[in-house]
Design a protein around this ligand. Structure first.
Ligand code: GAR
Length: 206
């Protein structure tokens, strides 16, 4: 991919707490992310991520699935907002909805996601719990490109988190989130600088 460092505008999609959004905002404030966070998109009107965006002075838009008759119309509304803001990179940060293949095709190699388990293990909405209950000794977050298959796109960065004997699901989640907040801003900046090259399943970082 070849994204220009100058003038890149990103959109962050959230559905919940928005701690990853906060890490992205903080990284931008420290100059570790050089793109403009032009838009936060949410499908949940009262989620805390929207409050974080407001505090940071970032433009927000809420697009609720239930306000539209079909998924196609729902996504059309999101796309309209992205086009208006001239978004070059979409960052999914706890956005708990699957994007359709049609949507994804509009932004080829321009959508990133963070998942709280070491893919390809423990895909889906409960990656932390599923790994914990399975009894793995190592888990951790994965940043990957979004493709049409859920949680299956080429992997950009991962970070290993050891599961300790006295961990609960909550303490493990805390440790994983801490790693997410380190690797997501790093992966986003690599994308912004055009330093990621997809070769088959592999992502080369240069
Ligand atoms: C994060 O742990 C992220 O990995 C996970 O949702 C959480 C959002 O937290 N995403 C998924 O499970 C996607 N399958 P946040 O709202 O505090 O950033």
């Amino acid at each position: 991919m070849n994204l220009s460092v100058q003038g890149m505008r990103i959109a962050v999609f959230c559905s919940g707490n928005g701690s990853n959004l906060q890490a992205i905002i903080d990284a931008r404030d420290r100059g570790h992310i050089t793109a403009k966070i032009a838009l936060v998109v949410s499908d949940v009107p009262d989620c805390f991520a929207l409050e974080r965006a407001e505090r940071a002075g970032i433009k927000r838009v809420v697009v609720e699935r239930k306000a539209f008759r079909s998924k196609k119309e729902f996504e059309k509304e999101i796309l309209k907002n992205l086009e208006k803001e001239e978004i070059g990179l979409i960052v999914l940060a706890g956005y708990m909805r699957m994007l359709s293949p049609d949507f994804i095709r509009q932004y080829p190699e321009r959508i990133l996601n963070i998942h709280p388990a070491l893919l390809p293990s423990f895909k889906g909405a409960h990656g932390i719990r599923d790994a914990f209950l399975y009894g793995v000794k190592i888990t951790g977050p994965t940043v990957h490109f979004v493709t049409e298959d859920m949680d299956a796109g080429p992997i950009i960065l991962q970070s290993a988190v050891a599961v300790m004997g006295d961990d609960t699901e909550e303490t493990l989640a805390e440790a994983i989130h801490k790693e997410e907040h380190k690797i997501y801003p790093r992966a986003i900046q690599l994308a912004i600088e055009g330093r990621l090259k997809i070769e088959g399943r592999r992502v080369r970082i240069f």
